[in-house]
Ligand binder design. Sequence first.
Ligand code: AMP
Length: 190
Amino acid sequence: MLNIVLFGPPGAGKGTQAHLLIKKYNLIHLSTGDLLRGEIAEETPLGMKAKSIMDRGDLVSDNIVIGMIATKLDNNPNVNGFIFDGFPRTVAQATALDNLLKEKETSISAMLSLKVNDNELIKRLIERGKKSGREDDKNKNIISNRINEYNDKTAPLKEFYSAQNKLSEIEGIGQVKDIALKLNAVIDRL
Ligand code: AMP
């Protein structure tokens, strides 16, 4: 199986690149942000619990997202692999993901980390907020909080995957198609 962690701060282009990768390599896209927004749209108890946390730009609890991913892995047997987008975001999530994949006799193939500076991230997210309607894209303070959450809790995962020799860093500024080619080159070398 090909199991890719697509990594980077909010606004790095993970979702955009994930859509290209799933087509090219015939993978399943698992975005915990999308799954949570789906729960909110359906007004489920989980969605209602997550909404205020997401609107503030904080991380929702590990148990919630790990549970969602576990269900998706169970519901998609016999696939080519997965793109994990926005998950894992903490060391606890990364450890849980390793264990879940081990139970299925597979593992993470690579972490592809998109590098984008803070000024560019803020610019992109404010621009996206004009169309996305996402509360957490509209306000500069909330965007800053999301970037801080990333730096505090999520960025350390680069060490986690680097220790497993799985980290590749890719420049995330440039044309979408050029960044996609760089991601493809790393995957094709696996
Ligand atoms: P995203 O669409 O990946 O930018 O996620 C939007 C929001 O959903 C985040 O700011 C968090 O509040 C929440 N979220 C998404 N994925 C996770 C995760 N793996 N762990 C904790 N919170 C998450």
